[in-house]
Design a protein around this ligand. Sequence first.
Ligand SMILES: [Zn+2]
Length: 265
Amino acid sequence: MKKIILFLAFATVLAACSSVMFTGRRQMKMIPASEMASMAVQSYSSFIDSSALSTNEEYNEMVQTVGANIKRAVEQYMTDNGYKKQLALLDWEFNVIESEEVNAWAMPGGKIAFYTGIMPVCQDENGVAVVMGHEISHVLAGHGNERMTQQLMAQFGSIALSEAIKQKPELTQTIFNTSYAIGAQYGALLPYSRLHEREADRIGQIIMAMAGYDPVHAIALWERMDALSGGDPVPEVLSTHPSNSSRIADMKANLEEARKYLVKD
Ligand SMILES: [Zn+2]
């Protein structure tokens, strides 16, 4: 019996292991990606319904343009590199929300929100591309699923987890909502780990480059963010407090790798 349980545990864990696009880091994601996407659709649409969308034409235009450019580049990359299955689960949406908060976030499936408060920090399309790249990277790297897997594992253990997902959909949705703080304060995400933030920074620079934006702009954007930090509430993009200076140093170190993806026209 013990052997069977051990085998099941091993098989479950093995099935849930995958590696992150671009970085190759091994990760464990036990919630079906389709499940994550459908939970996100529900949460995101109720968030949008209860929010004031920005009427600032310039902001909307910038976010839609950059979103479309990065989306196109990422889809091309995924098509060419064997990620068609993951691509099928992406249903992109980009919205600008009226809020003074300096924030932006993403949900699984490619549901992105920018707050008007972050737009002056972004300044222009290049700055929007830095933030957009970072947020889309959380989606591509499956950070939401990985974080939720960790929470569910703590509650159920690995063997019971797949059963729990099947049999207790409300509970799974509740954990998803908690994970994204839906209900209490929309869009105020629980902080990602420092590891996830650094990974999103690194992939973000790569995908902005693929869309034609020089990843060098990430450095200037983070210097502007740095000048703002200390504010409250802590925006998602600043959530894990790797010191901004170490973050900026990482951005500089990533530059050479990211620029290899830069398309010049
Ligand atoms: Zn982040």
